[in-house]
Design a protein around this ligand. Structure first.
Ligand code: SLL
Length: 154
């Protein structure tokens, strides 16, 4: 398939995690006693705009202490919600739509459960949600023609 020469197309997105301490006086049923937080790790468009026209699916690789630690999310929202007690590096593998003819791309996100810095104690007290988010841009360098059409027909 022909590539569109000299063209680069950028698509912005965000990825990261949110984590909230479980309320010790009001724990959801069926959660292991040592679990302290509920968290979500995600890949999203900016302001939650649709990115599924270029992002086909996302594989989230969790710490091996989790059952079925490799989670493939095939449609939006591209996210995994779990409970747990510890921080670890989540591997995110981004698979593009088949028209893109591009290899999957891997990112790493350190899951953050605990506040730090001058406000940490107050945040803990309030059981604030901890957000750790990164902005990223994917560059499609000389996209193949069918994919170029998809990217530019928005
Ligand atoms: C640590 N290196 O020691 C890290 C590992 C693993 C976190 C953290 C699993 C929960 C479950 C969970 O929270 N794992 O499956 O019960 O801090």
């Amino acid at each position: 398939t022909k590539r569109v020469k000299g063209v680069q197309i950028y698509r912005p997105f965000v990825y990261g995690s949110t984590a909230t301490p479980l309320d010790p006086h009001n724990r959801p049923a069926g959660i292991a006693a040592e679990h302290t937080h509920q968290w979500t790790v995600y890949v999203r468009g900016i302001d939650d705009t649709d990115i599924s026209y270029w992002l086909k699916k996302v594989q989230f690789k969790l710490h091996e202490t989790y059952p079925n630690s490799s989670r493939m999310i095939e449609s939006p929202p591209f996210e995994v919600t779990e409970t747990g007690w510890g921080e670890f590096e989540v591997q995110l593998k981004l698979y593009f739509v088949p028209e893109a003819n591009e290899k999957a791309q891997t990112l790493w996100h350190p899951l953050k459960l605990h506040p730090y810095g001058p406000d940490a104690e107050a945040q803990k007290e309030r059981r604030d949600t901890i957000v750790s988010q990164n902005y990223e841009e994917i560059i499609f360098n000389e996209p193949v023609e069918p994919f170029y059409d998809i990217l530019t027909s928005g």
